[in-house]
Design a protein around this ligand. Structure first.
Ligand SMILES: [Cu+2]
Length: 171
């Protein structure tokens, strides 16, 4: 659904921009037409440019505050789970949790690069990180609903990549 919304929004913006270009193309005069008003418009253009820089700068600064999205801090009551990804399975030190229990998944790999993605019952991804040999990446998550969750590999890692999964039960 989000993919479709993004797709249609992109298409609408593309055609809007094409439309504006065509409009400007057909309404543009010659250079002489603009000479008398040039100075005035240059001033407007400079102001417009500065305003644009200010707006975009502020928007960028504000929205970047949220990155990385999963910036949950280590908590004292946090349960630490070791995750080892390998061709073609996941090994979790624990896979049964309670609702509301903050969890830190410490994810690594014993062979090649894998992905560690936690999915809910509707196959919506809730949290993910890379599983890399020689590194441990932490991803923090707290389950808010009981149910059966799936762990899938998010990085093509070999012929049986598609069977690489694990289950997490939350009560
Ligand atoms: Cu894989």
């Amino acid at each position: 659904m989000y993919q479709e919304a993004a797709w249609f929004t992109t298409i609408i913006f593309c055609f809007t921009i094409i439309g504006i270009f065509i409009f400007v193309l057909f309404n543009a005069g010659t250079r002489e037409d603009y000479e008398p008003v040039k100075k005035q418009w240059y001033r407007f253009r400079n102001l417009y440019f500065l305003a644009l820089i200010a707006v975009l700068g502020i928007a960028t600064a504000v929205t970047l505050q949220d990155l990385p999205f999963d910036r949950a801090k280590a908590q004292s009551d946090q349960e630490v789970v070791d995750v080892k990804a390998m061709q073609f399975a996941f090994q979790l030190s624990k896979n049964e949790f309670k609702v509301g229990q903050p969890i830190e998944f410490k994810v690594t790999s014993s062979d090649v690069n894998h992905g560690f993605g936690i999915y809910d019952e509707n196959m919506i991804v809730l949290a993910q990180t890379q599983a890399m040999p020689g590194y441990t990446n932490s991803v923090y998550y707290t389950f808010v609903k009981p149910g059966t969750y799936k762990v899938l590999c998010l990085e093509y890692c070999g012929l049986a990549h598609h069977v690489m999964q694990a289950e997490i039960t939350v009560k």
